[in-house]
Design a protein around this ligand. Structure first.
Ligand code: SF4
Ligand code: SF4
Length: 224
């Protein structure tokens, strides 16, 4: 067919009815519409339902695979069988977090149960979210200069970067609890206190002050 006498070359694609004499690339095409019975989408709906039923049957009858669940400490405690359904029945069922998952903070303890932190202020200095508040006080112990009277972390502002843990020179703060920050109704309840973080704490096996003679004996007797 032609428009203004132009010959129409039919190529692959929609049927070309006419071509403009002024702009040959401007064409009138005819789109093949589906027949009326195909526009009801019955076939497509049946196909979709078939896929859904296939997934349902697979999850119902195929062999179950094992899933290791974790305790609050992050340690693997039990193996539970489940199918391929992606929905996790939280909190009864929990996904396995990677080893390096950073959970809620905890403050580590000394052998006598006292807080291990010496209020050196390294962690609030390095914290990019400025969410650590420490008020130091003098320590009772003659070998320890300071300890935190107040140690608070605003978990709503914390970006879970772990820099506070990296910066601590004496293994006093960790994020290895495997616990998420708890949901709260009041922003003030999202603030972790020294007491709440010590309650999650355990005794650190790291030697306070590091290996070797302490600095006082070394200073008095440099040969040591
Ligand atoms: S994890 Fe990062 S943002 Fe959170 S308290 Fe530690 S340093 Fe601050
Ligand atoms: S870096 Fe460690 S010792 Fe220093 S204030 Fe923070 S938790 Fe305490």
């Amino acid at each position: 067919m032609s428009d203004h006498g132009h010959h129409v070359e039919q190529t692959v694609g929609p049927k070309i009815i006419a071509v403009s004499a002024v702009h040959p690339r401007v064409r009138t095409i005819q789109i093949e519409r589906p027949e009326d019975e195909d526009t009801t989408f019955v076939a497509a709906t049946a196909k979709g339902l078939g896929i859904t039923i296939k997934h349902f049957a697979k999850n119902l009858f195929l062999p179950l695979r094992k899933l290791t669940t974790r305790a609050k400490t992050g340690a693997a405690v039990a193996e539970k069988r489940r199918n391929d359904i992606e929905t996790v029945q939280y909190p009864e069922e929990k996904v396995v977090y990677p080893e390096r998952f950073r959970g809620l903070h905890r403050l580590m303890l000394r052998d006598d149960g006292a807080v291990r932190c010496v209020a050196c202020m390294c962690c609030p200095t390095v914290c990019p979210a400025h969410c650590i508040t420490i008020v130091p006080e003098e320590s009772d112990s003659k070998s320890i200069e300071k300890r935190p009277a107040i140690f608070e972390i605003d978990e709503l502002r914390c970006v879970v970067c772990g820099l506070c843990v990296e910066a601590c020179p004496c293994d006093a703060i960790r994020m290895d609890t495997g616990e998420h920050a708890h949901p709260v109704e009041d922003r003030a309840n999202a603030i972790e206190t020294k007491e709440s973080m010590m309650a999650r704490g355990i005794k650190s096996i790291a030697k306070q002050g590091g290996e070797g003679p302490n600095w006082q004996s070394t200073a008095k007797n440099p040969q040591r």
